[in-house]
Design a protein around this ligand. Structure first.
Ligand code: ZN
Length: 319
């Protein structure tokens, strides 16, 4: 399998598996969408393999793994109940641990992959902790989380940490063009993806790149009250993911203009008019306003009012 961008981390873990010295709990952290789950899955296959874990191995275990029917491989992901946000609950951890306590059926051990482990509530974390401390039988845990800070310190101290930093822009461009994207489109998506391949693909496949043009138009136009209310009305019905894309695109464009002021970069021709409208101090203020709102976006907010508040402040900073 092709593990792009993280060969070093992958190879290190694979050699621990070969030497039989892999700790029983490993915590993967890093930006969402950079392939942590894919890597943990491939390592799980290697651990469970009955041969030597080679690519394309056709042993019974690897075949079952590829068919997603391996009896010794367990995946736990957060589920949403009612209106509550997705979470991993104590009873779900309990069920997983019951499965794990059984003797493996096909391989020498059992492997559990806990995705979005930062969405385990405290009770669930504590339940898991007991098994991580004193596992019964041969069990390996892969915990995957985007935010290390949200994992209980007791779990942190018992799991081997592996952190994945963002992918290099050029790596993303290469991957996107291999998937058939045009070079120019790939460059733009890579810039907007902040090192996340998932986000880059999203941008291309869900028309996310038009957001750059929308933002540019927004920055060039005069922001009247009438326009603010109209925008809030429309964006208030949008998905938060798209709003987040809007904030990211704004940030990128403003940062480019700022870099131009600092003499660090040539300005993309499309952005030239912005120099007359936004001086350095204004850009700093707008960037910090945008960062603040981007952080608050995923809290439980009335989206229309939220956008309205943002745009009104934006306008005030531009007066
Ligand atoms: Zn195999």
């Amino acid at each position: 399998m092709n593990i792009v961008g993280f060969d070093k981390e992958f190879n290190r873990l694979r050699s621990l598996i070969k030497e039989n010295t892999l700790p029983h709990a490993i915590l993967f952290t890093g930006t969402e969408g950079i392939g942590k789950r894919q890597i943990a899955t491939e390592l799980s296959r290697i651990i469970l393999c009955k041969e030597r874990g080679e690519d394309g191995c056709d042993c019974l275990s690897c075949r079952a793994f590829r068919e997603e029917s391996h009896p010794d491989f367990h995946i736990l992901t957060p589920t949403a109940k009612g209106k509550a946000s997705p979470m991993i609950r104590i009873d779900e951890v309990g069920e997983l641990l019951t499965d794990l306590a059984r003797l493996p059926l096909l391989s020498k051990c059992r492997v559990a992959l806990i995705d979005d482990a930062d969405l385990m509530n405290e009770a669930a974390s504590n339940r898991l902790l007991k098994t991580i401390e004193e596992p019964t039988g041969d069990i390996k845990f892969f915990l995957i989380a985007s935010k290390r800070s949200k994992i209980l310190p007791t779990i942190l101290s018992r799991a081997m940490p592996v952190s994945f930093s963002a992918l290099d822009e050029n790596v993303i461009v290469k991957l996107l063009t291999e998937r058939g994207a045009k070079e120019e489109t790939a460059r733009e998506a890579a810039r907007l993806s902040f090192g996340s391949m998932k986000r880059a693909i999203d941008l291309i496949e869900n028309d996310g790149l038009t957001v750059m043009d929308d933002c540019l138009k927004f920055l060039n136009d005069n922001l009247t009250h009438k326009k603010i209310f109209a925008m809030a009305e429309i964006m208030g019905k949008d998905e938060k993911k798209r709003i987040s894309g809007f904030f990211s695109a704004l940030t990128l464009i403003l940062r480019d203009v700022l870099l131009y002021y600092e003499g660090a970069a040539d300005l993309n021709g499309k952005y030239r008019d912005l120099i007359y409208k936004y001086d350095k101090a204004r850009i700093f203020n707008l960037l910090s306003l945008t960062a603040e709102y981007e952080k608050r976006l995923f809290a439980n907010v009335n989206l229309r009012l939220f956008i309205e508040g943002y745009l009104l402040k934006f306008r005030r900073l531009c007066l």
